[in-house]
Design a protein around this ligand. Structure first.
Ligand code: CA
Length: 235
C-alpha cells in the first residue's frame, strides 16, 4: 500500500506542462498543474503537496517569489526549472530555497528521476526519528499514540491526536483549515472547515489552552492554525 505522492507543477508553457504531467502520472504521481505564480500559491494553500516543480519565469508572480512564499511556511522539496541564462549558476537557484534545478530544455525522464530521488531523500530524513515530540509540559509519543500534559495522559480522540501531531510536528508552520481537513480527516472537499474548528476547540479544552491566550495552538486569522512551543524559562 504505497501512498500517492502529490506534485504541484508550476509551468506557464502548456506543452511542457502537459508533457511533464503525462510522465509524472505514468509514474503514479498525482499532479496538479498551475499556469502561473498566483495559481500556484492558491493551490499550495489549499492542498498539501509532497513536492513542487517550479518554473522560474512565470506570469503574475515570479518563480522566485513563489519559492520564497512557499519557503516561509514549508520545507516541501522544490525543483526549479530554468531556461539557460536565467540563472547565473546553480547556487543562485539553491539560494532561493530550491532543492534542485533543471535547465531547459530537459528530458521529462530526467525530471522524473530527480523527483523520485528528492522524494526518497525527503522521506528518509524527516519521518523516522521524530517519534516523540516534547514541548515543555507537553509530550507526544507518536508511536504509542499517547499525549501527556504535565505527566497526565490526555484522553484524545483519534482525530484530535492526529490534529495535535500534525500541528506540533512543524512548530510555527501555518496550516490552513483545508489542509488540516485533508491531513486529519483524510478528505479534501469544501465545507468541512468548521469540523476542524470544533476539533481544535476540543483539543484546546483538553490541553487547557485558552484560545484568547494560547500556550500551544494559535489561531491565524483568516487562514487556520499553527502550533508554537511554550516559551522557554516558564515554571
Ligand atoms: Ca516560463
Amino acid at each position: 500500500m504505497s501512498v500517492t505522492r502529490r506534485i504541484l507543477l508550476v509551468e506557464d508553457e502548456k506543452t511542457i506542462r502537459s508533457a511533464v504531467t503525462a510522465y509524472l502520472e505514468k509514474e503514479g504521481y498525482w499532479v496538479t498543474g498551475a499556469p502561473d505564480g498566483a495559481a500556484a500559491l492558491e493551490a499550495f494553500e489549499k492542498t498539501s503537496f509532497d513536492l513542487v516543480v517550479l518554473d522560474l519565469m512565470l506570469p503574475k508572480v515570479s518563480g522566485e517569489d513563489v519559492c520564497r512564499a512557499i519557503r516561509d511556511t514549508s520545507d516541501v522539496p522544490i525543483i526549479m526549472l530554468t531556461a539557460k541564462g536565467e540563472l547565473e549558476d546553480r547556487v543562485a537557484g539553491l539560494e532561493l530555497g530550491a532543492d534542485d534545478y533543471l535547465v531547459k530544455p530537459f528530458s521529462p525522464r530526467e525530471l522524473v528521476a530527480r523527483v523520485r530521488a528528492l522524494l526518497r531523500r525527503a522521506h528518509t530524513t524527516e519521518e523516522p526519528q521524530r517519534d516523540k515530540l516534547e514541548y515543555g509540559d507537553l509530550v507526544i509519543d507518536i508511536s504509542s499514540h499517547k499525549a501527556l500534559l504535565a505527566g497526565e495522559e490526555l484522553d484524545l480522540t483519534a482525530s484530535e491526536f492526529k490534529l495535535l501531531t500534525t500541528l506540533a510536528r512543524y512548530p510555527g508552520r501555518v496550516y490552513s483549515r483545508m489542509e488540516l481537513v485533508e491531513k486529519v480527516l483524510g478528505y479534501d472537499f469544501m465545507g468541512y472547515e468548521r469540523t476542524i474548528d470544533s476539533h481544535v476547540k476540543n483539543l484546546r479544552a483538553k490541553l487547557q489552552d485558552d484560545p484568547k491566550d494560547p500556550t500551544y495552538v494559535f489561531t491565524v486569522h483568516g487562514v487556520g492554525y499553527r502550533f508554537e512551543p511554550p516559551a522557554a524559562g516558564g515554571a
